[in-house]
Design a protein around this ligand. Structure first.
Ligand code: DGY
Length: 421
């Protein structure tokens, strides 16, 4: 075991706040939804109990209607904006009012399998409880975020994508007013160089959306009607489908026939819908702006995430692989979250270009699933060596390889534990 594994363990221990892990100290001082799912998979490599605990603590924030919020504010902190006073949700443990990509089901299968391998006695009981929470959340996705039954789920806020300031949102977000009822008092730029973060104007639109949905009392039907930002998104939908497949597998293991049938219906609907988002002229999948009813063709990494959840025909796999190679060509650290060097590409600004270990993790699984074993191995060793060279940064400048954003980052630690040999 090399010193980098020790550092990954140290980071997860340092960011532990009592059964849940903050993404990094100060910049993100609460429990974040998809961060915790990745972190649980990291824990599953050496501490099964703690892996389950991470998921269990996240479900403490689950709403009655099934949504698992993107932030659970277990304890107060004044180092982050927007806090619970801005969200104004009514959950007993304060939470945000929006969600995040449903990696949870993928993590649950990984944790369950690690627990079975380790011979954990309470694995089945703990998995069962979390399975029901996950299924309830998947039902919420299909009812609240795909009320017309298209098979693609929609995001009502860029933060729900986890890729907050991606160029994919530029057009859709430009329609959202910059006026806010809530005063925008950013804290993030006190922790990290402002040049690596979303712009003030983005934040004003982000908070305008929060104010709009708070005024709907966080009612999903009203939010759907009032939403000035509504995007049927391929990354989230692909993650939902992969999680749906993993939950279907667990339903089999747990002998839950009705749940299995329900999940099989969701998965089939979504598989067909996602497949239909392939655009041969772009060699990638595209999201759809549900307000303009147009494709979002901004070139971002999300266009390749469907490989994670689909078994694609060879001509599609070959075209996607060729496009991915083009984007990676000359990059010190792949995979850039925006195509280099289009106008919107910014090598250090958060989701507008930088490479992220957890995105690479999803892409590696997608490449491997579709038979691109050498590309998967190449991206894996590139990711591992970026972390070994630069440390456990939030993300990496793809051109220089420099570690950027927050440091001592939990999900980068988890990615290292799962990707390094
Ligand atoms: C932030 O505050 O930067 C987060 O990404 C929102 O979840």
């Amino acid at each position: 075991m090399n010193k980098h594994f020790d550092e990954a363990y140290r980071i997860l221990a340092a960011n532990d706040r009592g059964g849940y892990t903050v993404p990094t100290d100060r910049l993100y001082p609460f429990q974040w939804n998809w961060d915790s799912a990745f972190v649980a998979m990291g824990f599953a490599t050496f501490d099964i109990d703690r892996a389950y605990r991470e998921l269990e603590r996240l479900t403490e924030g689950q709403w009655e209607d099934g949504m698992i919020p993107h932030i659970v504010f277990h304890q107060p902190s004044d180092t982050y904006f927007p806090g619970p006073d801005v969200w104004r949700t009514s959950h007993t443990i304060p939470t945000s009012g929006i969600t995040q990509p449903p990696v949870f089901g993928i993590a649950l299968r990984a944790v369950h399998e690690a627990a079975e391998t380790a011979g954990s006695e309470d694995a089945k009981a703990r998995t069962l409880t979390l399975f029901h929470a996950a299924l309830k959340w998947h039902r919420w996705w299909y009812s609240a975020r795909d009320p017309e039954g298209t098979g693609l789920v929609a995001l009502l806020h860029p933060w729900e994508s986890g890729s907050d300031n991606s160029p994919a949102w530029d057009i859709a977000l430009s329609r959202v007013p910059t006026s806010t009822e809530t005063a925008v008092v950013r804290k993030d730029t006190g922790h990290v160089d402002a040049a690596m973060r979303p712009r003030d104007e983005d934040y004003r639109r982000f908070i305008h959306l929060v104010d709009t949905y708070a005024a709907c009392g966080w009612n999903p039907v009203q939010q759907w009607e009032k939403a000035p930002f509504k995007v049927a998104e391929v990354q989230t939908t692909a993650i939902l489908l992969k999680a749906g497949e993993d939950l279907l597998h667990l339903a089999g293991v747990l002998g839950l026939d009705e749940a299995a049938e329900e999940l099989a219906v969701y998965n089939l609907l979504t598989r067909n819908a996602l497949q239909a988002q392939w655009r041969p002229q772009l060699s990638r999948f595209v999201s759809r702006d549900l307000i303009s009813n147009e494709d979002i063709d901004a070139p971002t990494h999300a266009g390749f995430i469907p490989l994670l959840a689909l078994d694609l025909d060879k001509d599609i796999v070959d075209a996607a692989a060729a496009e991915m190679r083009l984007w990676s060509n000359g990059m010190k650290v792949a995979f850039p979250t925006t195509k280099p060097f289009v106008g919107s590409f910014e090598a250090k600004r958060y989701w507008r270009g930088p490479s992220w270990a957890i995105i690479n993790w999803l892409l590696i699984d997608g490449l491997a699933r579709n038979g691109l074993t050498d590309m998967a191995a190449g991206l894996r060793s590139n990711t591992v060596s970026a972390i070994e060279t630069e440390g456990f940064a939030e993300y990496f400048d793809p051109i220089t390889g420099e570690g950027c954003g927050g440091l001592g980052f939990s999900w980068t630690g988890a990615a290292y534990l799962c990707l390094a040999e």
